[in-house]
Design a protein around this ligand. Structure first.
Ligand code: ZN
Length: 49
């Protein structure tokens, strides 16, 4: 029961990463620190609705 989600930069909204997750194991919204090419630094990336 895996679903594909898009992670977008919280600062600029750029959609930088595609990941899949198991909704049963990770029911909460994901929030990860990742590199954003537009911001040129590491920012918080959140799961897009
Ligand atoms: Zn950004």
């Amino acid at each position: 029961m895996r679903i594909n989600i898009t992670l977008e930069c919280k600062d600029c909204g750029e959609q930088n990463y595609r990941v899949s997750k198991n909704r049963r194991n990770q029911p909460d919204k994901m929030s990860i620190n990742k590199y954003c090419p537009r911001c040129n630094t590491r920012t918080v990336h959140i799961e897009k609705k």
